[in-house]
Structure formats: structure tokens, C-alpha cells
Design a protein around this ligand. Structure first.
Ligand SMILES: O=C(O)CCC(=O)C(=O)O
Ligand SMILES: [Fe+2]
Length: 248
């Protein structure tokens, strides 16, 4: 782990490396995972050296941009349906802005091969909804465990298993878009369960792209159901509730 410590995520930014630090309000315990987060304006001193990981930075910058493009296509459809201009969200998520806060996250859930029986009682990721507008999630075949409970199924507590399919991207609506749509578009409650005996027990890798509006964007629905709030204030409130500072 020690070589990763230099890239350690600071509590106030959504960039860098974290290990077992994300506490979900639904479980009260940290998810058993490590992750490396890329938020473009916050990457000073957080990219590994080119000699250590050749091509890593260029590849991830390209992948980040590809995800942004796909997210903008999907959000443009929502924008029109909500009565905004087609490129409304493109303007709110400009990639060149210093207030850009979309985040690409590389997650590594720890192998359960040598885990104790009690470890299987935890969640890989406790139930939550994302606090962004839209999440694009990239999974690997054979590494299941993601379960969804979309807005209209919450009352029946019906969880649907998502089996990863090669080349498919799982899209989840987040709380920011729910607020922006005056609750017309419901965020998706989701969690990642532990593998069961007989299933693949090795590490699980997943890559979500969290598309959230730039800091200065003001979230205000067409019908004004909620008071306007900047995306910066909104994310700050949510991050604060989810991370605890770890003391070694
Ligand atoms: O790893 C997954 O499948 C989901 C990850 C997730 O929900 C998150 O990081 O917000
Ligand atoms: Fe999530």
C-alpha cells in the first residue's frame, strides 16, 4: 500500500486514492475497498509517474472524455424531456471549467478468497443512491453483486441483480438530477453484495463515471420544487456525510 499513500485523497477533494474510508450512512461501516478518483481540476501531484505506470494518465484522460461524451448524449435526452434546451447539461458540465467536478473512479473490492465467515456478512458497498446527475458504470463479466432498487420499487424493497455483460454500460440516475427534475426522474438506490459460496471470490473491479454539474451551476427544477443550490454546495453537503477522516 505504501506507494499509494502519496496519492492519498484529502477530505475536501474528490480525487486521489482512498482505502476503506467510505462510510455509507446505510451501514455505518467502511466499504471494504480501495479506489482512485480522477476529477480533472484536482489532480495536482495525484498522477503516478510516467516511468512507474507508462500510459496510465493518457489512457484515463481519454476514457474520462469518452464517458463525458456519452453522459452528455444521455443527459441531452433528459434535458429535452424536462423542457430545458437540448445542451442545457452540456453547458452545466463544461469539461474545460475550473469548476468541473465529474469524477472517474477506479474501484477495487478486496478478494474474499481468504476471508473469514463473518466478513461475508458485510456489504461490498452499502446501499445508497449516487449524489450526481448520472452515473455510467463499467463492470467486468463474471464480477456480479450489483443490485438495484429503482425509485418506484423502494416501497416493495425489490432488489434486481445486475449481471455484467461485456460492452454494456449500466446507467444510474443520481440525486442531483432527481432534484433538478423536481423529483420526476428518480435516483436509483443500489448496493454491491458479497459473493456467495460457490461464486467467484476474487477481487472485483468496477469503474463508475459520476457526472455532476460544475461547481457554479445552479440546480433549480423547471417547477421550482426545491430552493436553488449551487452544485458545489450540494456536493459538499453530500461528501461530508459519506467520508470520515482516517487516523493511522
Ligand atoms: O461497484 C459497483 O458496481 C457500484 C459502485 C457504486 O455504486 C459507487 O461507487 O457509487
Ligand atoms: Fe453508487
Amino acid at each position: 500500500m505504501s506507494e499509494k499513500e502519496v496519492f492519498k485523497k484529502k477530505p475536501t477533494v474528490n480525487a486521489g486514492w482512498e482505502y476503506c474510508s467510505q462510510v455509507r450512512p446505510s451501514t455505518g461501516t467502511p466499504d471494504n475497498k480501495e479506489s482512485y478518483q480522477i476529477t480533472l481540476p484536482e489532480m495536482d501531484n495525484l498522477w503516478p509517474d510516467e516511468q512507474v505506470l507508462p500510459g496510465f494518465q493518457a489512457k484515463l484522460l481519454q476514457f474520462e472524455e469518452d464517458n463525458w461524451r456519452l453522459a452528455m448524449k444521455i443527459l441531452s435526452c433528459f434535458a429535452e424531456k424536462l423542457g430545458f434546451e437540448k445542451d442545457f447539461f452540456v453547458e452545466c458540465c463544461k469539461r474545460s471549467s475550473p469548476g468541473y467536478q465529474c469524477t472517474l473512479r477506479l474501484i477495487h473490492y478486496m478478494s474474499m478468497e481468504n476471508a473469514k465467515p463473518e466478513d461475508f456478512k458485510q456489504w461490498r458497498a452499502g446501499a445508497h443512491s449516487d449524489f450526481d446527475c448520472l452515473t455510467l458504470l463499467h463492470l467486468r463479466e463474471g464480477e456480479g453483486g450489483l443490485q438495484l432498487c429503482p425509485g418506484n420499487e423502494i416501497s416493495s424493497n425489490a432488489w434486481t441483480e445486475v449481471t455484467p455483460v461485456a460492452g454494456a454500460v449500466t446507467c444510474n440516475i443520481g440525486d442531483m438530477l432527481m432534484r433538478w427534475s423536481d423529483d420526476k426522474l428518480k435516483s436509483t438506490f443500489h448496493r454491491v453484495r458479497m459473493p456467495q459460496p460457490g461464486e467467484y471470490l476474487g477481487p472485483r473491479l468496477s469503474v463508475p463515471f459520476f457526472c455532476q454539474a460544475n461547481r457554479e451551476a445552479v440546480i433549480e427544477g423547471p417547477e421550482g420544487k426545491y430552493p436553488p443550490i449551487t452544485a458545489e454546495d450540494y456536493i459538499y453537503q453530500r461528501l461530508h456525510a459519506n467520508f470520515v477522516q482516517k487516523h493511522k
